[in-house]
Design a protein around this ligand. Structure first.
Ligand code: 5AD
Ligand code: SF4
Length: 450
């Protein structure tokens, strides 16, 4: 029998209802699956309607200012909506929890009841208990050198793809990035443990796994590296496709690229964050590569895996970035021809090296102008790349139809992660089918069954 804690704020004899909202990256989505699993074991129920919840938890992101302002606004709006007569406990989880612990506990207007950082989710039942029973604010934002949650079976939604965090944390300390402070040092799960989970996922009906990590290709467990892990995962019968995100350009040994090239289950898509195309800026960012080294890596990847899709992340307006230096980024983008790019305006993050050493001196209007120019160029490249698919044959894995697409459509993804929309055709989620591409937009492809 699971423990039910006494709680003066909410009816103690009933199962407590939790509303969990997730912000930010895939790792946070995955962590929310862990949290669901941990709390369900303790007899908590998860509800889709926030007004029915006894506890609201926000699993937060601290990577850019936008993300953290959104969470502050959300907490205020929850408090306002619920009012004094219908109080609710509010807990902050995730990266903001670690980074803003002090602010959160001191800001009385926010009225946060408990805080749990990314390595403290196993303590959540205890933290909720302390906050509810003793009416105290409780928190645990300790970062661990070891916690990988390898013993927790995440509570996943059904679908074709399952995410598996194979490593957590980051040792790179890019000067703009808050992740090493909010998520701590790198640590990896054993290959056996990951493979066991993949086997279980097959029995649950998943066809694709995406291996996740802040620097997924820096995975290391004893003498086992990422190439070994991918190879082992690909040997699991019933898994059709394997993806991974996000890697760092520094860890692409030939052995890994050669494995990718020959292994039919490993999708030919690499998300390769560039961040900037100027060497002085890259150095200030502590990215540990020059633009020439990045280009050499792109050449090597394309030589070994000719049909590979490459996507990237780029930051504009890093402190002191000049117009000419930004032009270098545009030139590199034009040269590499990424399939798509996530682009960001630099946002100063508390505690990072950049926030201490380099004033955020590129005016907002210039950042906006730069990101718009970059997006314009990338959009054309993406469109052109998509058009190159027309007339060709691809195998796609059918996914659940997204809410913004008519239910009369069937959707799937190519190996290179392009979304393909087809007229509904009787095939169901998880089927692998051959299609011919008939049309392309900057965002997706249209196709018909071959
Ligand atoms: N400002 C803007 N973008 C950032 N990113 C990380 N930190 C910052 C920051 N301080 C971007 C990087 C990273 C992606 C996940 O978020 O491009 O690759
Ligand atoms: Fe942040 Fe750099 Fe680590 Fe990526 S590699 S999580 S950008 S510090």
């Amino acid at each position: 029998m699971s423990t039910v804690f006494y709680n003066p704020m909410i009816n103690s004899t009933l199962q407590k209802k939790v509303f969990l909202e997730t912000y930010g990256c895939q790792m946070n989505e995955y962590d929310s699956e862990l949290v669901r699993s941990i709390l369900k074991k303790e007899n908590y129920a998860f509800v889709a309607d926030e007004s029915a919840a006894d506890i609201v938890m926000l699993n937060t992101c601290a990577i850019r200012e936008h993300a953290h302002r959104k969470v502050y606004g959300r907490v205020h709006s929850i408090r306002h909506t619920r009012g004094k007569d219908n109080p609710v406990m509010i807990g902050i989880l995730g990266c903001m929890a670690t980074n803003l612990r002090q602010d959160l506990l001191e800001d009385r207007s926010l009225k946060i009841d408990f805080i749990a950082g990314p390595d403290s989710y196993k303590r959540l039942p205890q933290l909720i208990h302390e906050a509810s029973d003793e009416g105290q604010k409780s928190y645990d934002v300790t970062l661990s050198e070891f916690e990988t949650y390898s013993d927790i079976n995440p509570s996943r939604k059904e679908g074709v793809n399952a995410w598996i965090a194979v490593m957590r944390g980051c040792n790179n300390f890019c000067t703009f990035c808050v992740v090493p402070y909010t998520r701590g040092r790198e640590r990896s799960r054993s290959p056996e443990n990951v493979v066991d989970e993949v086997r279980r996922l097959v029995t649950e009906g998943f066809k694709q796994v995406t291996l996740l990590g802040q620097n997924v290709n820096s995975y290391r467990y004893d003498d086992y590296d990422f190439a070994y892990l991918m190879d082992e995962v690909s040997k699991v019968n019933g898994i059709e496709r394997i993806r991974f995100t996000s890697p760092h350009p520094k860890d692409f040994p030939d052995r890994f690229l050669e494995l990718m090239a020959v292994n039919p289950k490993i999708c030919k898509h690499i998300h390769l964050p560039l961040q900037a195309g100027n060497n002085r800026v890259l150095d200030m960012m502590n990215r540990t590569y020059t633009k020439e080294e990045f280009l050499n890596l792109v050449d090597k990847i394309r030589t070994k895996i000719p049909k590979v899709a490459l996507t990237t992340d780029i930051i504009v307006g890093f402190p002191t970035e000049t117009d000419e230096e930004f032009e270098d980024t545009l030139k590199l983008v034009a040269k590499v021809q990424f399939d798509s790019a996530f682009t960001f305006k630099y946002s100063e993050r508390q505690g990072t090296v950049a926030s201490k050493k380099y004033p955020d001196d590129v005016p907002e209007a210039i950042k906006t102008e730069r990101i718009m120019r970059l997006n314009e160029i990338q959009k054309e490249i993406t469109f052109k790349k998509n058009q190159e698919h027309i007339g060709q044959e691809f195998q796609i894995l059918i996914e659940p139809t997204p809410k913004d697409k008519p239910s009369t459509n069937t959707v799937g993804r190519t190996d290179g992660n392009k979304l393909v929309i087809l007229p509904q055709n009787g095939h169901k989620m998880g089927d692998l089918i051959k299609v011919i591409i008939t049309d392309a937009t900057p965002h997706s492809l249209k196709g018909i069954i071959k």
